[in-house]
Ligand binder design. Structure first.
Ligand SMILES: NC(=O)c1ccc[n+]([C@@H]2O[C@H](COP(=O)([O-])OP(=O)(O)OC[C@H]3O[C@@H](n4cnc5c(N)ncnc54)[C@H](OP(=O)(O)O)[C@@H]3O)[C@@H](O)[C@H]2O)c1
Length: 260
């Protein structure tokens, strides 16, 4: 899809990958409905983009609340005239061994990472159907949604769920010309770990990986090319493919590193 003049909902826009994607998509000519919980930085971002000549509105919402998530589709169409693309980027991590996971935190994570995106997608579908050229859903998963890691099982499962959701929806919505693309970032230099729920400090404050701008370019590319699966680096792709071919070897390697 040509991104120019496309109306796009982008969740998780105030920082990290979402913020970088906001600038990338705005420069490509998208009209943006920016979503996150914190209204102040969200409005500041929309104002910065507008001052630079782009079209951007701020829609503060908690993606962990399905009513708020669903309302975003209609709010965007009312403000910007239509809806072409939904990018489910907002998510939170949960860092604990399975035995130590707090159930309330676990459920909260699923609300934000899975049920919120499902509610937004469901609300967007009738608007996509009204477009002559349908619509596009881009879900931001993770390489750990393809090969889970110890210590973050709940998070990995929520990301894997997004991929399975896309697999079903792609077929269910084929006749309506609604397409799905899943982006699988690897480790990216954001505050994601520091923002995670859970009691495990492992990795908190770590600033390794690729810059968020690189993932943002891949997200724009996902709109352009509408590919089913989008990886950011060759290493990420090799990690996922290698893990699928030799899962036992990956178990062994991970167990050696994860002795606690
Ligand atoms: N960083 C990595 O290494 C990495 C790797 C693989 C995949 N990913 C995925 O990439 C995506 C972006 O991650 P990131 O690293 O950019 O994370 P981040 O730096 O922690 O940013 C998360 C964004 O989501 C928003 N957000 C969090 N909870 C929300 C909620 N309940 N409702 C609405 N917005 C919410 C935050 O804004 P507010 O606080 O204002 O709500 C923020 O703008 C996520 O889906 C993540 O799973 C990240």
């Amino acid at each position: 899809m040509n991104p120019r003049q496309r109306v796009v909902i982008l969740t998780g826009a105030t920082q990290g990958i979402g913020r970088a994607a906001a600038f990338e998509l705005a420069r490509a000519g998208c009209k943006l409905a920016l979503v996150a919980r914190r209204a102040k930085p969200l409005h500041a971002l929309a104002a910065e983009l507008t001052a630079a000549g782009h079209t951007a509105i701020a829609l503060p919402a908690d993606m962990g609340d399905t009513a708020q998530a669903a309302a975003l589709a209609g709010q965007t169409a009312a403000a910007l005239g239509r809806l072409d693309v939904v990018i489910n980027n907002a998510a939170i991590g949960l860092r604990d061994n399975v035995l130590d996971i707090d159930e309330a935190e676990h459920r909260r994570m699923w609300e934000v990472n899975y049920f919120g995106p499902v509610a937004l997608i469901r609300a967007a579908i009738p608007l996509f159907k009204a477009n002559p050229d349908g619509g596009l859903i881009v879900n931001i998963s993770s390489i750990v949604g393809r090969r889970a890691m110890p210590g973050i099982a709940g998070y990995c499962a929520s990301k894997a769920a997004l991929e399975k959701l896309a697999e079903s929806l792609r077929v269910e919505l084929r006749a309506d010309n609604i397409r799905l693309s899943t982006v699988y970032p690897g480790v990216t230099r954001t505050r994601f770990n520091a923002n995670s729920l859970g009691s495990d400090p492992l990795g908190r404050g770590r600033r390794l990986g690729v810059p968020p701008e690189r993932v943002a370019r891949a997200i724009l590319n996902a709109i352009h090319r509408e590919r089913r699966d989008v990886f950011i680096t060759l290493f990420d792709r090799a990690f996922v493919t290698g893990s699928a071919v030799l899962p036992g070897l990956m178990d062994w390697l991970l167990a050696r590193r994860y002795r606690r």
